[in-house]
Ligand binder design. Structure first.
Ligand code: NAD
Ligand code: GLY
Length: 363
């Protein structure tokens, strides 16, 4: 087992990474304060992993469950209320520990429920998708979507620990694996050219779920994220760079309707657009911009914007982004491959030109 620490003073917590960790409950138990547990999961993950987890925790703990429907489209305040219903119906008190067993949707919703139930209770992340293992389970961003904007309602709220069992990825569909690889590519592009080059060489192994390659990718990604979060928990500076590709990507998700494009797929196209814009700014070469596109293609990710989505569609949605200031759209670009830069676009002309010409870049 590998272990990393997110250093946040009294709110520091470990990330455990290894094969078969779901069978090692001693790691979890030391982070559970009292006997009450509510496991939050969804209808797809429950038949795969819920019984086993529940069995291992009973009878020592009083284990309740809340099973949500599966999908980004249910990441809403309305469905968040189902978690509060379960907590109140089973008379959970302030010592309850919530366990998020699922991907980023379950993790973000459970974290937000934990942040707000009785003004804050403990929670643990057991991420089951690659995307949630490398990104969403670490760093304490929690929340739900609003019809007008992605993740617009939420809180920063850190878990007690993150338990990453790489063996759950065996049941993950290929399309979801690729979506997770988008966030892995992101870390290479913004933090480390060495990791980017490792990904270029090892993408086939990752796609075939080679456990050593996956463990290396997860550990490296979590290490980079933990480092950034420790420096800037509430995103007043460097943490914004983790949103490379996300401003274009969120626009795609919102425009297409949540769930149509996977988050990682939208981020993939967003990263290609951000790399292209970095190239147009004169910061990275044509060849480096093409490397970002090629690596996304190699991970079986989309690299072209949705048919029919115009630059004005993009701009409309990009204006509803948490990073923006009142005067500008804030983008994360690259000033070289492996190094991100925060760029405030004071007018829409530059972004419009990049979006309008984007598909031609690849033809
Ligand atoms: P997801 O939670 O929707 O999971 C993807 C699909 O895989 C679902 O159908 C799920 O039921 C299924 N699944 C999960 N684990 C499985 C397994 N082991 N075997 C088989 N099927 C499995 O999607 P996601 O990609 O994990 O997360 C996307 C969400 O994460 C988005 O809402 C995004 O906004 C959010 N996110 C949050 C952060 C953050 O910092 N909090 C960062 C990135 C993304
Ligand atoms: N996924 C970006 C962040 O956690 O800041």
């Amino acid at each position: 087992m590998e272990s990393l620490q997110v250093e946040l003073g009294s709110r520091s917590y470990p990330i455990y990474i290894g094969e078969g960790l779901l069978g090692q409950m001693r790691l979890l138990k030391k982070h559970i304060a009292s006997t009450q547990i509510l496991i939050v999961t969804n209808e797809t993950i429950a038949p795969l992993y819920l019984d086993d987890l529940t069995l291992q925790l009973t009878p020592e703990f009083d284990v309740q469950t809340s099973i949500l429907p599966d999908g980004e489209v249910y990441k809403t305040l309305g469905y968040l209320n189902h978690i509060f219903d379960s907590l109140l119906e089973t008379r959970c008190n302030r010592q309850v520990t919530l366990i998020a067993l699922g991907g980023g949707v379950i993790g973000d919703m459970t974290g937000f429920a934990a942040a707000s139930y009785q003004r804050g209770v403990n929670f643990i992340q057991i991420p089951t998708t690659l995307l949630s293992q490398v990104d969403s389970s670490v760093g304490g961003k929690t929340g739900v979507n609003h019809r007008l904007g992605k993740n617009m309602i939420g809180a920063f709220y850190q878990p007690q620990c993150v338990l990453i069992d790489t063996s759950v990825l065996t049941t993950l569909p290929a399309r979801e694996l690729s979506a997770g690889l988008a966030e892995v590519i992101k870390y290479g592009a913004i933090c480390s050219i060495e990791f980017f080059e490792w990904l270029e060489k090892n993408m086939d192994k990752l796609l075939s779920k080679d456990v050593h390659a996956l463990t290396h990718a997860i550990k490296t990604s979590c290490g980079m994220k933990a480092d950034v979060v420790a420096q800037d928990e509430k995103e007043s500076g460097v943490r914004a760079t983790l949103n490379f590709g996300h401003t274009f990507g969120h626009a795609i998700e919102t425009h297409m309707g949540y769930g149509e494009w996977l988050h990682g797929e939208a981020v993939s196209v967003g990263m290609c657009m951000a790399a292209d814009m970095s190239n147009k700014m004169g910061w990275i070469t044509d060849a480096d911009s093409a490397r970002v596109i090629r690596l996304c293609e190699k991970a079986n990710l989309p690299t072209k914007k949705p048919a029919g989505m115009s630059s004005s569609d993009f701009i409309k949605h990009m204006k509803v982004d948490k990073k923006n200031t009142s005067e500008s759209i804030r983008l994360i670009l690259l000033n070289k491959l492996g190094k991100a830069v925060i760029h405030d676009c004071l007018d829409d002309v530059q972004i419009t030109r990049v979006i309008d010409l984007f598909d031609e870049v690849q033809s």
